[in-house]
Design a protein around this ligand. Sequence first.
Ligand code: NAD
Length: 377
Amino acid sequence: MTKLNWGMIGGGEGSQIGPAHRLGAQADGNFTLAAGALDFDPERGRAYAQRLGVAPDRAYGDWREMLAGEAARDDRVDLVTVATPNATHFEIARAFLQAGFHVLCEKPMTMTVEEGEEIVRVAKAAGRICAVNYCYSAYPMVRQMRAMVAAGEIGKVRLVVTSFSHGHHGDAGDADNPRVRWRYDPKMAGVSGQFADCGIHALHMASFVCGDEVRELSADFASTIPSRVLEDDAMVNFRMQGGTVGRLWTSSVAIGRQHGFDIQVFGETGGLRWASEQPNQVFYTPVGGRTQIMEKGEAGLSDEAARLSRVAIAHPEGFPLAVANIYVDLAAAIRGEQHGALPRAEDGLRSMAAVHAAVASARDRGAWVDARPPMFR
Ligand code: NAD
């Protein structure tokens, strides 16, 4: 099978998410890093891309140069990953989609709901894939929970409770550190801090596992470190289209919590629990029965969980491999082959609608606000 050509924008040397994408895209031999505009500093970006094996004429100084260069080639990249800071995603993703490239965009996909709707429309009009890197949804045991819910193994879902709460911005003395400060500055981060950064992963996970979408929400936002303009803690209550009750807590000041992403799904006949710090296990409790620990790699799991497990039972599969699973499905989708559930632009848009609904709700003392994007009402 021929490898697909892949290009990256952002994710330069020293970036947080760049290495996970490079490992993820290339782990299974689906993609070759063929082009890149990796850094906001053109020279650094060109030099680093070449050190990663990109040919000099495809190691670009910025994304516009890359768009012009790749669009003119017969062997143009099949997929472009956008791993730049949030405020740049929209412009870059739209330009590449319009030029006929498939795109994997980092979250949050856009800064506004209008931009999100535009991306959904542009991707549709261009007939291109715009995926969003909700990578936690690609853990094998998350796929297992989704399959169990879809098969009715816990009955109708009554309640989903999720949190993505860590303590890494909990030191008030560190609040002015430039690597932390921008996340709570509206000019850099947009309308929301912690909810748009981590909360939307949890909200997407709730929808993904339950196989349902958020209809409305009520939010309480707090800036517990007073110098912060945007929230560093949020509690969001929500309701899904099918009536499931949702509770979501996200925080960056929960000192002592490390990664802190977990989900519990409670149905009429059973419950499921998964935590990102023990990603290989799902706890399953049938009503009136004993709690069972289901392990990644063991017999009897869903096809999806088995398909995305690449290391044997008892070996951990790390976070970058969840990103790798996004690329597994993207490669199959681009090639027109059978693939699993890919988070799409519609999911990125739903997140933006939820962020703006949560901001409006928090400003209105937790009033219930319609969380659906206008185009999906
Ligand atoms: P970072 O600041 O560590 O790195 C950003 C990189 O982008 C740097 O190399 C920088 O030079 C480069 N860059 C900035 N502007 C650019 C431009 N205009 N053109 C080309 N390159 C440019 O940021 P990060 O933590 O890696 O985050 C990047 C994105 O990934 C953010 O949107 C963030 O929300 C997202 N992210 C997602 C996850 C996840 O779980 N899916 C995890 C971490 C970060």
